[in-house]
Write a protein that binds this ligand. Structure first.
Ligand code: ADP
Length: 640
């Protein structure tokens, strides 16, 4: 990991992203404001220009009425015609003043010219003509009129008004164009800024993803790998400073753990070698001690007095125990160190059970314990000798901790894809709080076990090591005073799934229980399990059919109502299977079934049991009857 300070922290990255986005927002807001303001200015300019136009129109109207009035009076000589002329004169002044206020520059000069021409028309023409007429100089008046001096001026006035109007109109158009352009420009800028904002939001997100999200995910993956025991993994995550610091810490942690593990392994190896050397060194002298004692005890060196013989017996038995202990220590050490390669090949479970039974047969006889084997035809991938050793350890314990007359069963059970090698006894049992501990080295439930039963406290540890090296596990169930069941659980070798023993069935019989109520299922399972029956459960019609086809059971226990599908579906589908259409079946229901319903639910020999009406005994008896085990229902449980 490169120097930490090289990368900015999360806070810096966030700050940059936020500053950029806030800045863009401000720019958008400013641009929008400027656009709106300039649009409004152009708008109000346009409005004012519009006003000027209106006033110019009014001015033109007044010019017209002054001129028309004056002309009418000239033609008719009637005072009534003069009135509009007189009324128009002050108004002309007002209009001109109003327009003047809104003009400047060259237009103001045009207005000045207009005003002076208007003044001249009035003072040097109209008023003079009127004066001449009033004083009876009609000739002079007519002469002035026909000279065209008035016309020239008033035409000019009109031309100025036209000019001003044209200019105002042009300006109006200009302003409107400008307003529109401003509005469009403002809109365009706002859109551009918005797009930029969106882009920065996206870029910010991507930046955060790259500098925080991605490296965190890669760290999480590394943590997973570490947790899985891959201590060689290192993180190369680059991103914000915090992430890189975590990555650095992770790497240091992994390095530290790796070297600790290496040291521990070294220590472990030294310890194992030490144990091994010491044990081997002990073995040689022990062998000669045992040999000498054996010779003495045999009387080969002369008859011994009874007290001496008793002392010798104690010495021999303790020497034997010491030899066993050393052998066990060596075994455990070898298995756990994995130094001894397992010879894995397909092994028959039935053979393993038989071999183990023959090893402990003598001990069972000595202890007055009945030893039964209930094999199953199944194959596991295993080292046969080691597996026999594991079962033998369990069987030896079972016999050791049973009383005279008790029974010990070595049983094989196939369950799902697994094989259970079970050792069942009716002995003293193990207290629940010790169930874990007995698998540890030198752990015994009773401190006197080692002495009295000759144990070493290593048997279960060895058994567990063996099974775990085979990829299996050990399970134990026990009840104080009632007995224990130890199970070695191993994966079933592929391809051996349905090779059950044909003809004279030796394994326990398989009952498929189809029940969707979990509590009831448990009760039924426990009830039938007491008879050593192998139970497989299904909750739906499809599951039930698949299970039957796969496991080929001896009996089906069928609840009518199921979570998905019903007993009718199960029966209909099983009837299509040659192997299963005659399967003995116990149907149990909440209500008594009519004849038609019973017919639809019949496979092989079928017994109908009504829940509630019959108690669990009813079901139990029906099952045993169909399995041809009638006698056992009355006798209670097979072996207890
Ligand atoms: P040991 O050589 O003492 O039998 P194990 O590791 O085989 O050593 O067993 C450890 C202890 O577990 C035994 O001493 C005993 O107390 C208890 N134990 C093992 N198997 C049984 C059993 N089948 N019934 C009762 N107790 C048992």
């Amino acid at each position: 990991v490169p120097p930490v300070q090289a990368s900015p922290g999360v806070r810096d990255v966030l700050r940059r992203v936020i500053v950029l986005q806030a800045g863009l927002l401000v720019v958008v807001a400013l641009l929008a404001t400027v656009a709106v303001l300039s649009y409004r200015r152009a708008e109000s300019d346009a409005r004012r220009t519009g006003d000027v136009l209106v006033q110019l129109e009014a001015l033109r109207a007044e010019v017209l009425s002054a001129e028309t009035g004056f002309r009418g009076f000239l033609l008719t000589g009637q005072d009534a015609f003069l009135e509009p002329y007189q009324r128009a004169l002050p108004r002309l002044e007002q209009r001109e003043a109003a327009v003047r206020k809104q003009l400047d520059g060259p237009e103001r000069q045009i207005l000045d010219a207009l005003r002076s021409n208007l003044g001249e028309w009035r003072e040097q023409f109209a008023e003079v003509v009127l004066g001449d007429l009033g004083t009876g100089h009609r000739e002079a008046a007519l002469h002035l009129v026909t000279s065209g001096a008035g016309k020239i001026r008033i035409d000019r006035v009109r031309a100025y008004v036209d000019d001003l109007e044209a200019r105002a109109e042009r300006r109006l158009e200009d302003r409107r164009d400008t307003a529109q352009q401003r509005a469009e420009l403002g809109l365009l800028l706002a859109v551009v800024a918005l797009v930029a904002l969106v882009v920065t939001v996206y870029l910010g997100r991507r930046r955060l993803q790259r500098s925080v999200g991605d490296p965190l995910r890669s760290l999480a993956m590394m943590a997973d790998r570490l947790a899985e025991g891959d201590l060689g993994t290192r993180s190369t995550a680059r991103g914000v400073a915090e992430v890189e610091r975590v990555a650095l810490a992770f790497n240091e942690m992994a390095t530290a753990t790796e070297s600790t593990v290496r040291e521990l392994r070294a220590v472990d190896r030294i310890k194992s070698e030490f144990v091994s050397v010491v044990s081997h060194e002990l073995r040689t002298p022990l062998t000669s001690i045992r040999g000498s004692l054996g010779l003495l005890a045999s009387g080969a060196m002369g008859q011994l007095p009874p007290e001496a013989a008793e002392m010798l017996r104690i010495a021999v038995s303790n020497t034997d125990r010491l030899v066993r202990l050393i052998n066990d220590i060596l075994d455990l050490e070898r298995i756990e160190a994995g130094r001894e390669a397992l010879e894995i090949r397909p092994v028959s479970v039935a053979q393993v059970l038989a071999d183990a039974a023959s090893v402990v047969g003598g001990a069972a006889e000595d202890g007055g314990v009945r030893l039964d084997v209930e094999p199953v035809e199944a194959t596991v991938q295993a080292d046969a000798d080691r597996l026999v050793q594991a079962v033998t350890n369990l069987a030896g314990n079972a016999i050791k901790f049973s009383d005279r007359g008790d029974r010990v069963v070595l049983r094989g059970v196939v369950e799902g894809g697994e094989v259970l090698l079970q050792v069942v006894d009716e002995g003293r049992g193990i207290p629940p709080e010790k169930l874990e501990a007995v698998f540890e080295r030198f752990q015994q439930v009773d401190g006197s076990d080692a002495r009295e039963k000759g144990g070493t406290g290593l048997g279960l540890a060895i058994t567990r090591s063996i099974v775990e090296r085979h990829g299996g596990r050990v399970e134990v169930e026990s009840a104080l005073g009632l007995g224990s069941t130890f199970s070695l659980v191993l994966p079933l070798a592929p391809g051996t799934r349905d090779r059950r023993i044909a003809g004279g069935r030796v394994g326990s019989e398989l009952v498929v229980v189809v029940e969707d109520d979990l509590d009831l299922r448990e009760v039924v399972g426990a009830t039938l399990g007491r008879h050593g029956l192998d139970i497989a459960n299904a909750a739906t019609a499809e599951e039930a059919v698949a299970l039957c086809q796969e496991r080929d059971p001896q009996l089906l226990v069928l609840d009518v109502k199921l979570a998905s599908g019903s007993a009718y579906d199960v029966v209909r589908m099983l009837r299509q299977d040659d192997r299963l259409r005659n399967l003995p079946t116990v149907v149990y229901t909440v209500v008594d079934l009519g004849l038609r319903a019973q017919e639809a639910l019949r496979l092989g020999e079928t017994v109908f049991v009504t829940k509630g009406a019959a108690n669990e005994d009813g079901l139990e008896q029906a099952v045993l009857r169909l399995l041809g085990r009638d006698g056992q229902a009355e006798a209670g449980v097979t072996s207890r």
